[in-house]
Design a binder for this molecule. Structure first.
Ligand code: HEC
Ligand code: HEC
Length: 307
């Protein structure tokens, strides 16, 4: 979520986001792994159990995961990328994840039974056959999700949201901070007690050096936005679109200008800079992240607009 806070004449921007991601990647063939006590294809849940969870799903999950579990703001809960995520893992892991972390905006509110029933619903939508008995605690540990072969290189690669959080977010915040502080007047940072590597690191390259580095990180890493990868909802990032390439090129231009301005230690020239940088981020987000919602909402990440 991008929060705008007005302080004196300057608009302060924090480009943040409500959601976090887990790795999602494209799947290949699906096989049932050997060695487990029961196969997931034997009918490990009952239809009645899945139907019991449906209203809970519709009320508490569908807004993020889609009515058909196809994924929206949240990841898909069916299909190749979902199965690849849980490849070979016991059903208890999926129930744990649901019980402890979902709904994303109020975790810890589902009972174990509800999380188990919701998992049965995911299996039903995923076309795993229903049986007579309900999925229960004893079954969870001994039934594994199918093993997906060729889960592919995306498994080892961060998704687009993670890339944004790793590089674009922290480094643009260093530049946005110039609205608040003149780096040449920054007080000397003390050695952290107790020792902390990250805080110690901040003492090594302080002031303008940190701004130089943030500008280099933004300009030199921008081309990574052109390499194929998935978004956190499992859709491919639209890296081949001409306007996408233009937004990336614009970000490189702005970041290179930041680098030159920082090298010149020209604090006054940074007055309007946050607006420029924010625009370079927002122009792409408006088209490829926030369509149909407010800025920062992440309503429709990585959806290719209709012509
Ligand atoms: C506010 C949006 C939101 C709501 C509501 C929500 N989720 Fe999620 N869910 C997410 C996001 C974002 C992720 C990916 C990040 C993560 O794994 O924590 C996710 C991940 C998951 C995953 C892991 C998927 C995977 O492949 O790793 C499961 C399972 C899940 N949600 C189930 C549910 C269920 C069941 C509900 C309803 C009780 C629910 N979620 C409600 C946003 C939401
Ligand atoms: C070329 C397009 C593009 C540019 C330029 C861009 N972004 Fe993004 N950004 C996206 C898309 C698409 C997403 C959604 C990714 C996803 O859901 O996997 C996103 C997501 C994010 C997120 C949210 C991550 C999360 O937790 O869901 C943050 C934070 C972010 N961008 C920051 C920035 C900043 C800061 C800049 C500018 C320095 C920037 N972005 C430039 C396309 C872009």
């Amino acid at each position: 979520m991008i929060v705008f806070v007005r302080v004196s004449r300057l608009t302060i921007r924090f480009v943040g986001m409500v959601l976090c991601a887990c790795a999602v990647f494209a799947g290949g063939g699906v096989t049932v792994s050997a060695g487990q006590l029961r196969s997931i294809t034997e009918g490990v849940y009952s239809r009645q159990q899945a139907e019991r969870a449906k209203p809970i799903y519709e009320a508490q999950c569908a807004s993020c995961h889609g009515v058909a579990l196809e994924g929206a703001v949240g990841t898909p809960l069916t299909g190749d990328s979902f199965l690849a995520n849980w490849s070979g893992r016991p059903l208890s892991n999926l129930v744990d994840k649901t019980e402890k972390t979902m709904p994303f905006n109020s975790p810890g509110t589902l009972s174990r039974q509800q999380a188990t029933d919701l998992t049965a619903y995911m299996l039903e939508v995923g076309k795993f056959p229903a049986g007579r008995a309900e999925l229960n605690e004893a079954g969870l540990a001994e039934i594994a999700l199918p093993t997906v072969t060729n889960s592919g290189a995306n498994a080892k690669k961060g998704n687009l949201a993670e890339l944004m959080r790793a590089i674009a977010f922290p480094n643009s915040n260093i530049i946005f901070n110039l609205q608040l502080y003149d780096p040449s007047k920054e007080p000397k940072k003390a050695m952290p007690v107790p020792y902390d590597y990250v805080k110690w690191g901040d003492t090594v390259y302080p002031g303008w050096l940190a701004v130089d580095q943030a500008a280099v990180a933004l300009s030199e890493s921008a081309p990574l936005l052109l390499t194929p990868r998935l978004c956190q909802n499992g859709r491919p990032a639209p890296v081949d679109r001409p306007d996408w390439k233009k937004y990336v090129a614009d970000l490189v231009d702005v970041a290179q200008l930041a680098y030159q301005t920082s090298k010149a230690r020209n604090y006054d020239a940074f007055v309007d800079f946050s607006d420029k940088l924010n625009q370079a981020c927002a122009n792409c987000h408006k088209v490829y992240r926030d369509v149909g919602g407010t800025e920062g909402s992440g309503m429709q990440p990585c959806t290719v607009p209709n012509p």
